[in-house]
Design a protein around this ligand. Structure first.
Ligand code: NAD
Length: 498
């Protein structure tokens, strides 16, 4: 890790006012390091650096093969440093090292995916039917990008932005969450070592509430890519609209997991549990709403309760831990508040609901037990709002139509799961569900080659896949007449005008 934590115009710097922020280990609740906290002036300087570097033209004009090779060198360096990067991610987020290692593998994959994709891109030739005219549509980098990321998958989420932006030839300012800044700092250092030119990838740290305006309320930015909560997404969209800046917001989810009575029992119990309790539920696509057929609901929920109570919770650095603490005291307080509101609304608490009763957990760590509320309905706040924590709600259905209606009864539309052994029923359900990703007899998986994003209030952009690259590009139509001749529109000899 570098000594200073802002990266502007190729140099590591401290904040203009020398301000810092504490970084807390969620497993212990204690401060273990500090990072520089940027001022708005630092953020403006970072944008100016990205702007000047883009306008200079050298980086956007770099041959595609060189940009692809650079992405692969970053991936190679990440692999060499994987153990340390995973340890940093765990210290910062609380997730288990096994999860952090998977995150690092996924970051490597996205870098290699966009390296390969950019090399296969070609111009689109358009036959305009005019002799001598060569017409083609080319893609060019969109320009200066601002990338704002959340704390749940700190490096993974920002890599879904940095990798396609580098591939496309953009320059950028990245701002990780102030809650989890460390892995992005370490990653930007790897990028510099790999040869990312000065000014291409700038980095600022700090709270969105202080840096947000400097990063978004400006005409110097061409694209804002934001991943985070709905409320923040709304603010950023409104600010961007004032400047007619393109913006993509990737927001929250309230994701249904629908289980029909003919579903494979063992994998269904297993995946409903991992779908909601992995990373203590701090996953945008977490399957927090179980929608289960009434005929199997009681037995199914009993099996889930038994499974939830066996989940080994602990410090993410302990290899025995299967899930870690919540990321912050604020997140813990939010879960406690959700539990009280669910009880008040009449949901039946089957397990969890507070701090886990387990030996060996640091009392100052932000642990919250896997929690299941049965007998919920779609009017309850616990079913409508994103909790972003380890809370599963259970609703029952009798017919396919009811299951589909419940699955779509949400303001969000990020992800959904369906479980049935009837292929035709499954296909009807996956086409009927209004969500950006739908899993049939699986849950939680993704690939860098397939688009990720939401319907409804889960957002308006797409990351990953070819669309995730296109977000960082403009298209330009080039009309090249190789045999120019006058059109004589205004100089027709028939009209006697010369
Ligand atoms: P958040 O909205 O509080 O913060 C996200 C980022 O925005 C942070 O970096 C924060 O500093 C910044 N920010 C805050 N106010 C800002 C402002 N006014 N201007 C500019 N930036 C500002 O979200 P969070 O709590 O960090 O993350 C959790 C949310 O992220 C959940 O809703 C989750 O579902 C969502 N998420 C979505 C996806 C997806 O792919 N759709 C992936 C991961 C997380």
């Amino acid at each position: 890790m570098p000594d200073a934590h802002l990266h502007i115009a190729g140099r590591w710097r401290h904040a203009a006012d020398a301000g810092t922020r504490d970084v807390v280990n969620p497993a212990t609740g204690s401060v273990f390091t500090r990072v520089d906290e940027a001022t708005p002036a630092d953020a403006t300087a970072a944008i100016a650096s990205a702007r000047a570097t883009f306008d200079d033209g050298a980086w956007p004009g770099t041959p595609v093969t060189e940009r692809a090779a650079l992405l692969r060198r970053i991936a190679d360096l990440l692999v060499l440093n994987k153990a340390e990067m995973a340890r940093i991610e765990t210290l910062d987020t609380g997730k288990t090292v096994a999860e952090s290692e998977i995150d690092m593998d996924d970051v490597e994959s996205v870098l290699r995916y966009y390296a390969a994709l950019i090399e296969t891109e070609s111009d689109r030739v358009v036959d305009v039917g005019v002799p001598g005219v060569i017409s083609r549509v080319v893609r060019e980098p969109i320009g200066v990008c601002v990338m704002i990321a959340p704390w749940n998958y700190p490096l993974l989420q920002i890599s879904w932005k940095i990798a396609p932006a580098l591939a496309a030839g953009c320059t950028m300012v990245a701002k990780p969450s102030e809650v989890t800044p460390l892995s992005t700092i370490a990653f930007v250092e790897l990028c510099s070592r790999a040869g990312v030119p000065p000014g291409v990838l700038n980095l600022v740290q700090g709270a969105g509430s202080t840096l947000g305006d400097a990063l978004t309320d400006t005409d110097d930015v061409d694209f804002i890519s934001f991943t985070g909560g709905l409320a923040t997404g709304r603010i950023i969209s409104e600010v961007a609209a004032r400047h007619v800046t393109k913006v993509a917001v990737e927001l929250g989810g309230k994701n249904p997991h629908i289980v029909f009575p003919d579903a494979d029992w063992e994998s269904s119990v297993d995946q409903v549990l991992t779908g909601v309790f992995l990373h203590s539920g701090q996953v945008c696509s977490s399957g927090t709403r179980l929608i289960v057929h009434a005929s199997i609901a009681d037995d199914f929920v009993d099996a889930l309760v038994a499974g939830a109570e066996q989940i080994v919770m602990g410090d993410g650095l302990d290899p025995a831990s299967k899930t870690g603490p919540l990321v912050s005291a604020a997140q813990l307080a939010k879960m406690e508040e959700f539990v009280e509101s669910a009880k008040a609304e009449g949901a039946v608490l089957r397990t969890g609901g507070g701090r886990p009763d387990r030996d060996g957990l640091d009392p100052a760590g932000y642990y919250f037990a896997p929690t299941i509320f049965d007998h919920c309905d779609a009017t309850m706040r616990i079913v409508r709002d994103e909790t972003f924590g380890p809370i599963l709600t259970v609703e029952r259905f009798d017919t396919e139509e009811q299951a589909l209606a419940l699955g779509n009864d949400t303001d969000y539309g990020l992800a959904a799961g369906v479980r049935t052994s009837d292929a035709a029923l499954g296909e009807r359900m996956v086409r009927g569900l209004r969500h950006g990703t739908v899993w049939l007899n699986d849950f939680g998986y993704y690939t860098p080659a397939a688009e990720w994003g939401g319907f409804g209030k889960s957002g308006n952009g797409r990351e990953l896949g070819p669309t995730g690259l296109a977000e960082y590009q403009e298209t330009k139509h080039i009309w090249h007449n190789t045999a120019p001749a006058p059109s004589r529109w205004f100089t027709s000899t028939e009209d006697g005008v010369q």
